[in-house]
Design a protein around this ligand. Structure first.
Ligand SMILES: Cc1cc2nc3c(=O)[nH]c(=O)nc-3n(C[C@H](O)[C@H](O)[C@H](O)COP(=O)(O)OP(=O)(O)OC[C@H]3O[C@@H](n4cnc5c(N)ncnc54)[C@H](O)[C@@H]3O)c2cc1C
Length: 475
């Protein structure tokens, strides 16, 4: 069986398959010279730098369960207890997110009424949410349209948009409510308003974690002591040696008899099943002749780029230190950065006590023009913005600029319909599967859930009687 793509999607599927049926011969082709895709960590002296993801959610528990299954649980750490919570920049100041506000829903009223993030008018408009008529059930709309309609433009511009941009690096006027915030969208259709939904959930005790958004909610996240690379290494180590082929870009796949030919650097390999686990733009090329309808839809999924400027600085060079895990920046603040994350305040072991490790996010769907700048210019931008926001002075002891080109798939309005077409087209072809973070969730947890789903489906389709003797492996 061939797996194309050695990011988390491909590796997790390989590891799941191997656990389900160790007799399946797996070959994983990865274009790059390391496995992990957008997940990577680097130790620079005493600083542990995550290049991409730095933590995962344990809700739902798919990723945590898998770590337990793989024996990686003792490598997991929780976020530090102090400084939990994030901030939003308002008039150049780092203002706490109102307690109980989770991405786009307020689970507590008082913090919303007292926050300096909203004007009196903005607060009054927010209070009207309870009486706003629900939209047509099940119809997709943008996050911007939903929030503007229900809670008003200030809640959108000053709270929800920067928080969503922090997760998806996206344009909220295009981001799909149904595929990124389905739970919130269905609260509107089920209860008529978010305020009513929140009141009912509170009575049932369902929002207890969300209500404590600065404390308990962060307890839902986990990181790896040695950085997120530990997850990748843990997955790779469960596979038989030699099953991961690095610097092996796959050029094409084509059906051949009952199986498939995978062509890599001019060499053909034959397999009875192919799992494509590459980003949508690469997948559309590989799948164009096989499932043209799916390939056309994959081509339409846009992906945003971002750069992360990592600065390791002396704690005494921060004149206005803030006890927080990070901050997001609304577009209306007219700054050149999207967000900042105080990695060493979030997790232990990232920097010595007297230093702070900061990751500054630049670019995304809304500020892609900054990504044309040189690394030195990006570092300069990050330093200037941090100087303004937290009083950063002096010279950083370590700097890194990590570029992620087209790494963040954008779930635009209509994404759900697009995914249905892709899944149906590919499901109709025996011996072919596709997964990536572009379809059913962008985070580590949904990717692992998807890998589990694909692996189980493949094993049941491929070996209906539990017999995998068909496997041909490489050759
Ligand atoms: C900057 C950043 C921060 C993030 N932070 C978090 C976070 O804190 N928490 C969280 O849960 N999630 C986070 N995510 C999301 C999460 O990391 C990703 O969803 C997940 O790692 C994607 O894995 P993937 O395998 O689908 O894609 P990728 O990682 O892109 O892997 C695809 C792989 O396919 C390979 N490939 C492509 N074409 C070919 C070919 N033709 N032949 C062979 N190989 C090929 C590529 O080289 C790559 O290795 C973050 C993502 C980014 C970019």
């Amino acid at each position: 069986m061939a797996i194309i793509g050695g990011g988390l999607s491909g590796l997790a599927t390989a590891a799941k398959l191997h656990r389900l049926d160790a007799s399946i011969q797996l070959v994983l082709f990865e274009r790059g010279d390391r496995a992990g895709g957008v997940i990577h960590s680097e130790q620079v002296g005493p600083f542990l730098i995550d290049h991409g993801a730095d933590m995962f959610s344990t809700k739902p528990s798919a990723a945590l369960d898998f770590c337990r299954e793989l024996g990686l649980e003792d490598q997991l750490i929780e976020p530090q207890l102090t400084g939990r919570g994030a901030r939003i920049v308002r008039n150049g100041k780092l203002v706490p997110i109102p307690d109980g506000f989770v991405v786009m829903r307020a689970t507590q009223l008082w913090p919303m009424l007292t926050t300096p993030l909203l004007s009196l008018r903005g607060k009054l408009r927010f209070l009207l949410e309870r009486w706003v008529k629900p939209a047509k059930d099940g119809e997709d709309e943008s996050i911007a349209a939903f929030v503007r309609r229900r809670m008003g433009v200030e809640v959108l511009d000053r709270i929800v948009a920067p928080l969503s941009a922090g997760i998806y690096t996206a344009d909220v006027t295009k981001l799909s409510m149904q595929t990124t915030m389905r739970a919130v969208a269905s609260m509107e259709s089920k209860y008529g308003s978010l305020a009513k939904a929140t009141a009912i959930r509170r009575r049932k005790g369902e929002d207890s974690v969300e209500r404590n958004s600065t404390g308990a909610r962060y307890g839902q996240f986990r990181a790896f002591k040695g950085g997120m690379i530990d997850l990748i290494q843990g997955l790779a180590e469960t596979l038989p040696s030699g099953s991961i082929k690095l610097t092996c870009p796959v050029d094409s796949i084509r059906p051949h008899g009952e199986g498939w030919i995978v062509s890599e650097a001019g060499t053909d390999h034959s397999f009875d099943h192919v799992i494509v686990a590459v980003p949508p733009f690469s997948a559309s090329e590989l799948l164009n002749d096989v499932v043209p309808k799916a390939a056309a839809e994959l081509r339409m999924i846009e992906s945003a780029s971002t750069a992360i400027v990592v600065l390791a600085v002396s704690a005494k060079d921060i004149q206005r230190p803030v006890k927080t895990f990070g901050f997001v920046v609304p577009l209306s603040e007219q700054r050149r950065i999207l967000a900042g994350s105080f990695a060493s305040q979030k997790f232990s072991g990232r920097a010595p006590e007297d230093h702070v490790l900061i990751r500054v996010f630049i670019g995304g769907a809304m500020q892609s023009e900054f990504l044309k700048k040189s690394d030195d210019e990006l570092i300069q931008i990050a330093r200037e913005e941090l100087s303004d926001l937290i009083g950063l002075t002096g010279n950083p002891v370590v700097t890194r600029v990590v570029h992620w080109k087209q790494a963040m798939p954008q779930y635009h309005v209509g994404h759900g319909d697009r995914v249905r077409i892709i899944d149906e087209d590919i499901d109709g072809v025996p011996g072919l599967s596709y997964l990536s973070n572009a379809l059913h969730g962008v985070g580590i947890t949904p990717v692992i859930q998807q890998a589990d789903h694909v692996a189980r489906e493949v094993v049941s389709r491929f070996t209906p009687s539990g017999d995998s003797a068909n496997s041909k492996g490489i050759g």
